[in-house]
Design a protein around this ligand. Structure first.
Ligand code: NI
Length: 186
């Protein structure tokens, strides 16, 4: 089922999401399926639960649409991260352009560490702790930020913040155009 994506200004995007009781969570598989479907419908490569209105520490990523000769490893990078916690961030900050399904029409360069270690439960609810670097680390950090109520526009330079201020203010008022299903504040 395709769910509406919550847009900038929605309070849930600013909440610190909580771990779930994964064993007893009602229809967790269904929720994950819906998150993938919603993400694909919007042509995204990542989606976090707060973006569909749930303040819970779950996000999905699928980098396969970005697989290339240069990056064959993206082809099978499709994963759900449940009760995700980044335990370490390493490396110099790298500046790369990002966008977000909750902030349509804005793309800005965001500084992020080059490597992370993340602990989480996989879709079989098995605990894992893995190290990621490069673009994978970036996507994980972007989605993980959603679990802490942080949006990529919080991390851009003061100058760029001023440049996007009006667009963000309009989004908060529900003035936003995009071609997937969304839910604005008003
Ligand atoms: Ni996002």
């Amino acid at each position: 089922m395709i769910l509406p994506i919550y847009i900038y200004g929605q309070p849930v995007l600013r909440k610190v999401a909580q771990d779930i009781d994964a064993e007893n969570y009602p229809n967790l598989k269904g929720l994950i399926e819906n998150m993938y479907e919603t993400m694909y419908h919007a042509d995204g490569v990542g989606l976090a639960a707060p973006q569909i209105g749930l303040p819970e520490r779950i996000f999905v990523v699928d980098l396969s649409p970005m697989a290339s000769e240069e990056h064959p490893e993206f082809a099978d990078f499709k994963k759900v991260f449940i009760n995700a916690h980044i335990t370490e961030r390493n490396g110099d900050l790298e500046l790369v352009e990002e966008g977000c399904l909750s902030i349509p029409g804005i793309h800005e360069k965001v500084p992020r560490e080059g490597e992370v270690i993340i602990a989480y439960l996989d879709e079989e609810l098995q605990p894992r702790e893995e190290r990621y670097s490069g673009f994978m680390a970036r996507v994980i950090q972007h989605e993980y930020d959603h679990l802490d109520g942080i949006l990529f526009t919080d991390r851009i330079s003061p100058l760029r913040k001023r440049m996007v201020k009006n667009k963000l203010a309009n989004m908060e008022k529900g003035k936003v155009a995009c071609d997937y299903k969304i839910r604005t504040v008003r």
